[in-house]
Design a protein around this ligand. Structure first.
Ligand code: GLC
Length: 667
């Protein structure tokens, strides 16, 4: 397997000699298990030539040397990841606890959401980490899942379901590279992306994070990892980040009704045979590991229940030693790090001590335990894992394996030599060049489902009448994981709405009336943009929890999602299609939406626009023929929700539009 590992100028025997010599000179600090990382003593600073601090030695040599100097407390600290907002209250905890990593959860942004403020935040935390006895740098992770969506001003790309519609792995790689550049220039060196989940039931709120229902398509599009990480030793470049293949595995085909808590499907139970699981869930991970050498993997919240064992015995993926250690690490030879999901170990049966020991022994290496104080989190995790090792519940060999994987990532990222943010590309964030690539991706992601009377492409000279709730809402077209975790219709980010694109492309008169109450000029061509409001994870589950930002902020609590069009959008379609010269409907959504036959019969052209992100002009590019429609359905489009789950290959397969369907226009 080609590695993205750095190979030092000196390897092998000479490195070993260097290591032996240096070790004889310096004895490790107190090995007392409970010793907490001391501050960076003058003695340590004086020994700047310790083997682990020598970039001319191989990564393996440096890891072995550093590991040999670490106390148990320092090792366990490296296995611990806290959340930005929590440590921001007392950054000294990073040094006191020797934390290995901090993340920004969805929407967890510095007070001033600018690239400079992000980089300053990451660097301030880095200072803390470097002040510890051994000066091990900090890893900072963030969900750059469609570009660095948390950062205001970043280029926001189509979510993965739209990229799946492009069938263009090279484009996915280019997008990964741009996202890496914009992420690293603002501080974080690690993205929790791409999701290589295989969405088999569109009622799942994370369908849009998937490249589609075909595991082979997900495997192909995992080439995005090359964009994030580069190839063979690029990880220490200022435009690359460590990538994460997630969520391992089977997150996309849990059984409806088994969802965790009040989710209906998210984080539920994958009921499958070993063969089905291998084909549908594990296929993309073979590509991510063998072809793209992904540096980290995140297990799924979900569980697996083998049909061969007669169901009834679901095991959480975060506790699944057979799959995490057996299949991922031993069989596939995955040598990166396994990072838990957000407090996911708390869903494992048992006491916290049992949850921690079970998950560490299953093969998880670093733990996203975001909180402190009253909520059990990173301080308790550290205490609990130290006790587990002292009690023999977790072998030191497992700790050393986990810490070696974590340190390897840090060496490969160049953090020991360049721990602070390299800001040379900071002005490229949201640049015109980056937005051009995003606009290209938007155009290629559009799927033309019907086109009666050759309605599309429109002529630039036509008058156009634009209606529908999603025509002029960049928050809606960006979707979840944008500025905030759940996203929001009201979010304003730099970019163009679909209406902006139409107004720029049309030379005729453009009328905009969201509810179609304005008169429709004679001869005008109608474009009605409908769809879903933004959501993330289980809040997007059909029949899931009600969703909404705090009503106290003037927000609204919305009803659970249904995959049905809103009454207002349906009415707008009926009004426009009854009066306009032609009638095109664009569906802005994270998944297929139900178009009843009586409505479909009124529509001339129907387009799946997915969640295009910040570059709405890409939609106008295909509407007006600047680019041809080339997109193909990455998921089956059902006639009704009752058909779910419905996937290519099903025996009684009778969808409204089949997987792979997509009409072409132009050459
Ligand atoms: C979330 C998601 C995961 C994400 C993590 C950090 O719950 O499941 O995809 O990377 O937490 O935000």
């Amino acid at each position: 397997m080609r590695s993205h590992r750095q190979r030092g100028a000196i390897g092998g025997a000479s490195a070993l000699a260097g290591l032996l010599c240096a070790t004889l000179l310096v004895t490790p600090a107190s090995t007392a298990a409970s010793a907490t990382p001391a501050t960076n003593s003058a003695a340590t600073r004086a020994h700047h030539a310790l083997p682990y601090q020598n970039p001319r030695l191989s990564t393996e040599t440096r890891v072995a040397d550093l590991l040999s100097r670490m106390t148990l407390a320092e090792k366990v600290g490296q296995m611990t990841q806290a959340e930005r907002a929590d440590v921001a209250a007392d950054p000294g905890q990073i040094a006191e606890l020797g934390l290995g990593s901090v993340l920004s959860g969805g929407g967890s942004t510095p007070a001033e959401n600018t690239p400079e403020a992000w980089a300053d935040t990451v660097d301030a935390f880095q200072e803390q980490a470097l002040s510890t006895r051994l000066g091990i740098p900090l890893l900072y992770g963030v969900d750059s899942v469609h570009g660095h969506g948390n950062l205001n001003g970043a280029t926001v790309f189509p979510h993965n379901i739209g990229l799946g519609a492009t069938r263009d792995p090279k484009l996915a790689e280019r997008i990964g590279h741009i996202a890496a550049e914009e992420t690293r220039a603002s501080g974080p060196q690690w993205t929790f992306a791409p999701c290589i989940c295989v969405a088999r039931d569109d009622r799942w709120g994370r369908t849009y994070e998937s490249f589609g229902e075909d595991p082979k398509l997900a495997a192909k599009m995992s080439q995005m990892i090359e964009g994030f990480q580069g190839d063979g030793g690029d990880l220490d470049d200022p435009d690359r980040v460590l990538a994460t293949a997630k969520h391992f595995a089977g997150d996309g085909f849990t059984t409806f009704g088994t969802g965790e808590g009040d989710y209906t499907i998210d984080q539920g139970i994958t009921q499958a045979s070993h063969a089905e699981f291998e084909r549908l869930a594990l296929t993309p991970y073979v590509a991510a590991i063998k072809k793209h050498d992904v540096g980290s993997v995140m297990p799924s919240f979900s569980s697996v229940d083998w049909t061969e064992d007669g169901l009834g015995n679901p095991v959480k993926m975060h506790a699944h030693q057979e799959l995490v250690t057996g299949w991922l690490k031993q069989k596939q030879g995955f040598d990166g790090l396994v990072i838990s999901d957000w407090r996911a170990i708390h869903q494992i049966p048992g006491t916290y001590a049992e949850q921690v020991a079970t998950s560490v022994n299953a093969g998880v290496d670093m733990f996203m335990e975001p909180f402190s104080g009253d909520t059990v989190g990173y301080p308790q995790f550290i205490e609990t894992l130290i006790a587990a090792v002292e009690d023999g519940a977790v072998p030191m060999a497992r700790i050393d394996d986990a810490v070696s994987r974590i340190l390897t990532a840090k060496f490969d990222l160049g953090l020991f030599e360049k721990p602070f943010t390299d800001r040379r590309n900071i002005d490229e964030i949201g640049s015109a060049d980056h937005r051009r690539v995003a606009r290209e991706a938007v155009a290629k992601s559009q799927v033309l489902l019907t086109n009666r009377r050759h309605t599309l492409p429109l002529s630039g000279h036509d008058d156009v009448y634009v209606a529908g709730s999603k025509a002029d809402s960049i928050g809606d077209q960006a979707g979840g994981w944008t500025i905030t975790w759940q996203g929001n219709s009201t979010h304003q980010i730099p970019g163009d709405t679909i209406l902006d694109g139409i107004e720029a492309a049309a030379h005729g008169e453009v009328t905009h009336s969201p509810d179609a109450s304005a008169p429709i000029p004679a001869g005008a061509h109608g474009v009605v943009v409908v769809g879903e409001h933004p959501y993330a994870e289980g809040f997007g589950d059909v029949g899931g929890p009600r969703w909404g930002y705090d009503p106290g902020e003037g927000g609204v609590l919305r009803p659970a999602l249904t995959m049905q069009l809103s009454d207002a959008d349906t009415a707008a379609i009926e009004k426009v299609c009854a009066a306009a010269a032609t009638c095109t409907v664009l569906v802005v959504s994270g998944r297929p939406m139900i178009i009843p036959p009586e409505l479909l019969s009124q529509i001339d052209a129907l387009v799946a626009s997915w969640l295009p992100g910040s570059e709405g002009k890409g939609v106008a590019d295909v509407l007006f023929g600047r680019r041809p429609f080339t997109g193909k359905l990455p998921v089956t489009w059902p006639r009704s929700v009752d058909q779910e789950p419905i996937n290519i290959g099903d025996s009684d397969y009778d969808p409204l539009f089949a997987y792979g369907h997509g009409l072409r226009t132009g050459r």
